[in-house]
Design a protein. Structure first.
Length: 207
């Protein structure tokens, strides 16, 4: 996600946004990518690594490459293109989405976790590199949230019950929980926040 900070500071007083609404505020700050940049990112995001679970010793090298390309390669491409624009204007906020798996790890998710951990490290490095240009770079690490894969996940009752037991708040999050955090990081409310990873996980990572 990208955000034009200078536009926000100038125009935000005109809006009376609810906490869960950022479309009207964020739209004018969107960075428009050229066709080649979009095609490069699209080609490596056709796979869905979120459902990839396998014991480490059974992972093929091509599978490793695919997961890294999708989860870390796509972020590299977009950060590179967005960074050119934001560094030039000396303003902006980049929000990368990782996962609690990238900060803590889980069995059979070593490759997925490694890819998200790579984005975590990239986030912190870019925050240091671009802070002199007033470009902030942060990440959000969602826990278990109700999305399109929830119903499929619930079919494994033992695993689903484990997640509920493990989460201190005893429930899965909602997409709005993540988007509200995006709104905070995109706005001037977090103008002194960079290089951070905010966990939105109901307390999972507090253990």
């Amino acid at each position: 996600m990208t955000f034009n900070q200078k536009w926000w500071e100038k125009e935000s007083p005109r809006f009376e946004c609810q906490p869960d609404c950022f479309k009207c505020c964020a739209k004018p700050g969107i960075v428009y990518f050229d066709k080649k940049s979009i095609e490069n990112a699209s080609n490596i995001t056709k796979l869905n690594p979120a459902h990839f679970r396998k014991e480490f010793l059974k992972v093929e090298y091509q599978e490793w490459q695919n997961i890294i390309n999708v989860n870390a390669g796509s972020v590299f491409l977009f950060c590179r293109e967005v960074g050119k624009y934001m560094v030039s204007q000396k303003s902006g906020s980049i929000i990368n989405i990782i996962s609690i798996i990238g900060t803590l790890g889980l069995p059979e998710l070593s490759i997925y976790g490694a890819s998200k951990g790579a984005v975590l490290s990239l986030t912190k490095s870019l925050a240091l590199e671009w802070s002199k240009f007033e470009v902030r770079v942060n990440a959000i690490a969602p826990g278990f949230c109700q999305t399109s894969y929830t119903e499929s996940f619930k079919k494994n009752k033992q695993l689903y019950d484990f997640t509920l037991e493990r989460i201190p708040m005893k429930k899965w999050g909602m997409p709005i929980d993540v988007s509200n955090t995006c709104l905070y990081l995109a706005s001037n409310m977090s103008s002194y926040v960079t290089g951070e990873v905010i966990s939105v996980d109901g307390g999972w990572s507090a253990w």
